[in-house]
Design a protein. Sequence first.
Length: 695
Amino acid sequence: MHMSGLAPPALRGWRSLPRDARDTLFLLAVIGWTVLPHLPNLPAWCIAFAAAVLLWRGRLAIANAPLPSRWWLVAALGIAVALTAWSHGTLLGKEAGVTMAVVLMALKTLELRARRDAFVVFFLGFFLVLTHFFYSQSILTAIAMVGAVWGLLATLVLAHMPAGRPPLRLALAEAARAAALGAPVMALLFVLFPRIGPLWGVPQEMTAKTGLSGTMTMGGMAEVAQDESVAMRVRFIGGGRPPPQALYFRGPVLDVFDGREWRSSLPSNPPTQSLGEEGVAGPTVAYELTIEPLRLPVLPVLEMTVDPPQIDNDEANLRLTRRFDSVWVAQRPLIERVRVNAVARLAQRAAPVQGPRDLRDLVALPAGYNPRTLQWAFALRRDPRYAQADARALAQAVLQHIRSAGFSYTLAPGPYGENDPRATVDEFWLDRKAGFCEHFAAAFVVVMRAMDVPARVVTGYQGTDPFPVDGYEIVRQSHAHAWAEYWLPGTGWVRADPTAAVAPDRIERSRNLVPARGLVAGAIEAMSPNLLVQLRNAWEAVNNRWSQWVLNYSRGQQFELMKALGMRSPNWMDLLVALLVCASALAFGGALWTVWDRRHQDPWTRMHQRVRLKLRGLQVDAPAHAGIRTLVKHVRARYGASAQPLAESLLALENQRYGRSPLRRPSPTWWREFSERARALASISIPDQAGATRR
């Protein structure tokens, strides 16, 4: 309780708090910072639960109130376990594990009764730091976690300084020093420790989180086109950059249409097989592609990448296969960043070889859907000009219709099929004539199939940003695209992109439609049109370096480093030997440094020993475990009022170490003053226990 008229401790400032309260609040702040990046991945109840517990614990620390009983904690834990099982459907797996780790961290703060309880909180915090990298390995996450580790180390340092009131800046400085001393070992392990496959894993989401998906509906890609995040980075090797209209990165091929949704008929993970010989090859282009996690088992490489792409550091053994629809697929979804090297044959066309599916299946259309569009296609097919035309001529006629019939290319065509879900293509093709790439591709395929020409939808990415960033051309989610293919007997599958007919700049110059800017972004763009682009490019250059040299640091790069150091054909054993040699050298250097620096370590301990020796010369009891205030008591008990000057010197030494502005080492003048007062006290005559007078 507080006396009336006095402000509560919370209002008197940070420095006026008792040390226990201050250290607890600092620990709670560090825990809050550690949990904060997890908020998008936690259930709402977990966020509210953790916030309430941490705030309650802070209030208890400020008021110096007793902690709740263990029965209350057991009840809260039981409720949290039940809510976790209800939210995630299990208590196992990544999401449930992270939720329970946050709950346990929050509840453990209500058990800070002893130092061992604090240590449990510290190490739970370090574990929680690691869980952030299950969700993101970006540079921002790494920076945030460096701050969290620094704070946790500082709280650990405070726990090992039980006496006095060491300031937070001293603990933070000591934690930074300890981390800096460990950094060379961390860097050594990162560079030289052999890269091996993952020893354990956690469940991953299997739904697509990028512009690519295993299905397509009309209007879906228009939403993705407003996402400016990076999907891939491509670097062309040898200066053979293709023109923008050739930059088609092939993703899922969709050949089944149920009237509303397009999907693929082929399995995601086919057995390993070869397609046999391809058509005549033309000029080739070598390129390197860094693909962000797709959550799909598809590698969106350049079209006509015939030879298997080489995956850098393929520790998970993705086992790439080229399906009959010319899509490269892996044995599992790409749940991590992948870097591949490949060669595309841009002028090559697929040989007239069809997969196991009958071509008749690729002219199938659902009964009762889009009757007016089918009627339009029948009329075109009966036109005398096209009565004997082949598939190529029919495709050119459809594309010419798109050019001349008043179609518009837009990000916001509005929803289709609200009045009649069975006539979405009719509404687009014959009425509103406004849409995005998937509208044009889907309508084109429906029309071609109605004219008895096998056709299918292809999704992927088209084009790149106009200017490279850090040597890489960027493919964004906004480059997500849909186009079409039709079957030409004697030639095979031929690409047709209806978007090029209505918006040629989208294909020929990679000029995407730009969504309306927000208020802040619009104001910045009005003042400096290129500022946002420059800032984005600078940040993405930093991210690219982080991705290439940290996240994608591979076994191959390790071996290249060993070759640069003079080894001709390094292997795992060479890496282990180099690691052991460097680690031994670091250990030996650390031992030498410890010997050299031993006299500089903990000057307060050495001063305490000197003080004890001096007091023993004065016949004062000064055991090794006695603190400064205990020594002051013994001096006063021995010499009475005469010991006041020497006692004041000892208290000044304590203040130098534990006061509000502590010193790193004792003041040089303090020892001279203390020695003078000790000599003065030694000259005083005091009676001994037998009654005789001694000096």
